[in-house]
Every structure is written in structure tokens, then in C-alpha cells.
Design a protein around this ligand. Structure first.
Ligand code: F6P
Length: 358
């Protein structure tokens, strides 16, 4: 067997742990040959790949990012390097004919799974492995990268809390999480945020200000954790900027600054905001993510071994399983309004910026 492997979309801690697990399992249990495709699906368009053997994946378990590189806009069905043309036939030919791949393991987020599913429909045997710090892929309870991002947010809030207490300030931390607020929710809980603002729950600026004023007269400070995709109920969208190098041309970022500017004139105390950005995507994976990524990679190799293609590895509870790529591709797993973490947080006095606070 000759298996291709690629990492697509945004990078995150744990990608190398998956590469290592898939490669070692395929070599050791299946006697397979493994080829790494460079920079996600871009490598299929530019014919860039390299052999992966046991030596190539030695010592990468704890290394952040991906030794294969990745790309967040490379789509052979609409290739930016060919004026948006569909070059999928050439990409497929490179995989099947030039490289002689029997199957492809695609590690990535929603965008990667959508492309992988299209190649599966063209007849390329594909197995998907879910990756995103956003933890918003349908069908799996967790994606690797998420726990590492939550750890970054938690530590950042610990640090911001010392300044909040020392100065009697409102300190705002903006997390990643375009559509789903999982990072802000779990990071905010872990970091002891007094208020958590999620994309799924548009907030009332007046309610946020009233909450902060109450705390000014009591605790003297407030810690707010806000997801980049969060927005006030009066604003139709979150703060965004048009960048020509980003998927769909729109990137989010800056809602923490926006909230700081809106809150400052409404409060007696000072307000400061910190945009955590790509700090949440870098560095070494947590122990949890190393184990989850290793489990995902090994399970992907078992799917290849058993010929169960067109499927994506998932975690259900504490068990690894798989769902069809069709089911996985194109959706978002948002924080449901009745999620237990929301009631737990509310029970401890954490606010979510709803008008009911008024
Ligand atoms: O999807 C993961 C993610 O990190 C989002 O949370 C974030 O908005 C986006 O990727 C950033 O993408 P880029 O690395 O292209 O700026």
C-alpha cells in the first residue's frame, strides 16, 4: 500500500502527533509506504511531496505546527494559482498516477474535509482526521488543537486578572473562534472570567456595562473573555477586516478593542483589551492533545487498513469512531443554548451579556 498524507487549513498543536501516529502505524502494522504532500492540497496542485519514514517522524510528537506545512486557501477545485480554475483532474492524476497513491489521509478542518469529500466522490480513497482549535467540526466531541488553545486562553486570563485586580480595571481578552464560542467558553471558565461573550449569544452592550458597573462598586474589577465572532445584538456582524489572503476574504479580529472603546465612556474605571490571536495556534500541544492526536492518527491508519474510506475519524465520549465525510463536511458545531457548561457558569455567577442582566 502507498498512502499519501496532508495537513490542510490553519495550523495547530497536535498536527505532528497525528502525522507521526499515522506514519508509524501504517509502516509498522501495514508495511505501507507513506508520502507526505507539502502544504495541504497546494502540494497536489504544485506536485510537491516527500517520503515519510520512521526517521522522518521521530521526535515530532511535541512539536507544534506541521512538518509538511499547510495552506489555508489551496483548493484544487478553485485554485488561486490558476486564476480560480478547477485543476482537480491534474491534482488527482498527480496523486494516483505520478505518485501511485492507493489512498489519502487528509488532516484538517471544515475546508479540508469539504475538498477531501469532493476527491472521494471522484474516486480517490480518502480518510479524514478532524483538526481545528475552534472545536466546531460536526460529528466529533473534540478536535485536537482545541485543548492547547484553551490552555493558552486560561493562562492569558490568569495574567490579565493580576492587572485587573491591581488597577481596578475591566480587562478584555479576545479569543479565536469564528463561528463557535467553544474556546472562549472553556478558556473563560478555566481562566475565571467574570463574563464570557460568545458568537452564539449576541450580547447587549448596556447589559455588559451594567454588569461592569455593579462589579466596580463591589469587586472593583472585571475579567471579560470574548470570542472574535461575538457581536452586540445591535450589530449585525462581529468586527471584521477584509484581507485578501484569507479564506473567503474575511477575517475576524478586533471585537475586543471595539468593546473596550464602547465600554470606556460608560464606566468610571479604565478598560483594556488584549487580542490573543495566533498565540492560541502555536507552540507545543498539551498532553491531552498529544494523546488525542495520537489516537486519531492511529484510528485513521486502521480505517485505511480495513478499507473504510470516505470517512472521518471522530471522538464520541471517550471512544474513537468514524462518520462519513459527507456528514462531516460543510457544517459547524456551535455551542447549544442548553449546554451544561453554560448552566454551570451561570450557576457560579458568570455573565453572558444578555439583556436579562439589566
Ligand atoms: O479556524 C481556526 C482559526 O484559527 C480561527 O479561529 C481563526 O479565525 C482563523 O483560523 C484564522 O485564520 P488565519 O490563520 O488564516 O488568520
Amino acid at each position: 500500500m502507498h498512502i499519501g498524507l496532508l495537513t490542510g487549513g490553519g495550523d495547530c498543536p497536535g498536527l505532528n502527533a497525528v502525522i507521526r501516529a499515522v506514519t508509524l502505524a501504517l509502516i509498522r502494522e501495514c508495511g505501507a509506504r507513506v508520502t507526505g504532500i507539502e502544504r495541504g492540497f497546494l502540494g497536489l496542485c504544485t506536485k510537491a511531496s516527500r517520503p515519510l519514514d520512521e526517521a522522518a517522524v521521530r521526535g515530532i510528537l511535541a512539536e507544534g505546527g506541521t512538518i509538511l506545512g499547510t495552506h489555508n486557501r489551496a483548493d484544487p477545485f478553485r485554485y488561486f494559482g490558476a486564476g480560480g480554475a478547477d485543476v482537480s483532474a491534474a491534482a488527482l492524476s498527480y496523486a494516483r498516477d505520478d505518485l501511485g497513491l492507493d489512498a489519502l489521509v487528509a488532516i484538517g478542518g471544515d475546508g479540508t474535509m469539504v475538498i477531501a469529500e469532493r476527491f472521494a466522490r471522484l474516486g480517490l480513497p480518502v480518510v479524514g482526521v478532524p483538526k481545528t482549535i475552534d472545536n466546531d467540526l460536526p460529528g466529533t466531541d473534540r478536535t485536537f488543537g482545541f485543548d492547547s488553545a484553551v490552555a493558552v486562553v486560561s493562562e492569558a486570563l490568569d495574567r490579565l486578572a493580576t492587572t485587573a485586580r491591581s488597577h481596578g480595571r475591566v480587562m478584555i481578552a479576545e479569543t479565536m473562534g469564528r463561528d463557535a464560542g467553544w474556546i472562549a467558553l472553556e478558556g473563560g471558565l478555566a481562566g475565571g472570567a467574570d463574563m464570557i461573550l460568545l458568537p452564539e449569544m449576541p450580547f447587549s452592550l448596556d447589559a455588559v456595562a451594567a454588569f461592569c458597573r455593579q462589579r466596580e462598586s463591589r469587586e472593583g474589577h472585571t475579567l471579560i473573555c470574548i470570542a472574535e465572532g461575538a457581536h452586540a445584538a445591535t450589530e449585525s456582524v462581529s468586527v471584521r477586516e477584509i484581507l485578501h489572503d484569507s479564506p473567503g476574504r474575511v477575517r475576524l479580529g478586533g471585537v475586543g478593542n471595539w468593546l473596550q472603546e464602547e465600554l470606556a465612556p460608560l464606566l468610571a474605571g479604565e478598560v483594556r483589551s488584549t487580542l490573543l490571536g495566533h498565540v492560541q495556534r502555536g507552540g507545543s500541544p498539551t498532553a491531552y492533545d498529544r494523546v488525542l492526536a495520537t489516537r486519531f492518527g492511529y484510528h485513521a491508519a486502521q480505517l485505511v487498513r480495513s478499507g473504510a474510506f470516505g470517512r472521518m475519524v471522530v471522538l464520541k465520549g471517550d471512544d474513537c469512531g468514524s462518520i462519513s465525510l459527507t456528514e462531516a463536511a460543510g457544517g459547524r458545531r456551535l455551542v447549544p443554548p442548553d449546554h451544561a457548561l453554560l448552566s454551570t457558569a451561570r450557576g457560579l455567577g458568570v455573565a453572558f451579556g444578555q439583556a436579562s442582566l439589566l
